[in-house]
Design a protein around this ligand. Structure first.
Ligand code: PEP
Length: 248
């Protein structure tokens, strides 16, 4: 019932030549996999070129969606350097990541701001990918489930539905470290999160944190794991597509 979503977060990587080549390789290599959606989220500077490349390369029955990595809560105004959700939608983006732990930690974003950004995404007609996840210290203190519950409660807007929102559980200690959470931990956390969601049976919950071709199959096979948010491994088309293939 819930289609698997394999999403790549390129973070602050790639200049135009490498980025368009990567987008073309993902779009050309994606093959027919009707049970799995593909999304790539390049840096803002590459959105236009990547949308253009994907539009020209992807098969009509195998589209690759393109999303932003962040947006501002306002639709326009005096916010130097920021990007409105409406601007992403105007370019042709369909999704935007909000509340990634690197923004929560590096830019001091708190739940209320993440929630406002998710609301902005909905206002602009984008799907908000709302990230939650505990730090290593919180996990060691046995607070992982409480922290995730607090972030879900604080970051998901009133109007969140299974159509306009995807949740990504990304334990901070597993992001970019090569240390993935165990399937048992992921299964327990995703079950816990599902119990807190509106339209719980239909809303997709992605796992993120050092997902690679070698560990993707067992994570994606878990009942409440509806896809993956992938950082490092999304920078190589063959790895990204190999992960997607395990979900097909
Ligand atoms: C991420 O940045 O969302 C992420 C999961 O990164 P990585 O796959 O590199 O751990």
């Amino acid at each position: 019932m819930r289609r698997v979503l394999i999403a790549g977060n390129w973070k602050m990587n790639m200049l135009s030549a490498d980025g368009t080549a990567l987008a073309a390789a993902v779009a050309a290599g994606s093959g027919p996999q009707p049970s799995c959606d593909l999304l790539i989220c390049p840096p803002a500077t590459l959105l236009h070129a990547v949308l253009d490349t994907v539009g020209k390369t992807a098969l009509p029955d195998r589209p690759v969606s393109v999303g932003g990595q962040d947006c501002h809560a306002d639709a326009s105004g005096a916010h130097t350097g920021d990007i409105a959700a409406e601007m992403l939608a105007d370019l042709g983006c369909s999704h935007v990541i909000v509340g990634h732990s690197e923004r929560r930690a590096g830019h001091g974003e708190r739940d209320a701001e993440v929630r406002a950004k998710a609301e902005a995404a909905h206002r602009a007609g984008l799907v908000a990918i709302v990230c939650v996840g505990e730090t290593e210290a919180e996990r060691d203190a046995g607070q992982a489930h409480t922290v995730a519950a607090g972030q879900i409660e604080g970051s998901l807007p009133e109007g969140a539905t299974a159509t306009n929102t995807v949740v990504a559980y990304e334990p901070v200690w597993a992001i970019g470290t090569g240390k993935s959470a165990t399937p048992d931990d992921v299964a327990g956390m995703h079950r816990h999160i599902r119990g807190l969601l509106p339209e719980a049976d239909a809303m997709r919950i992605l796992y993120g944190g050092s997902v690679k071709p070698g560990n993707a199959a067992e994570l994606l096979a878990l009942e409440d794991v509806d896809g993956a948010l992938i950082g490092g491994a999304s920078l190589k088309a063959e790895d990204f597509l190999a992960i997607a293939a395990t979900a097909a």
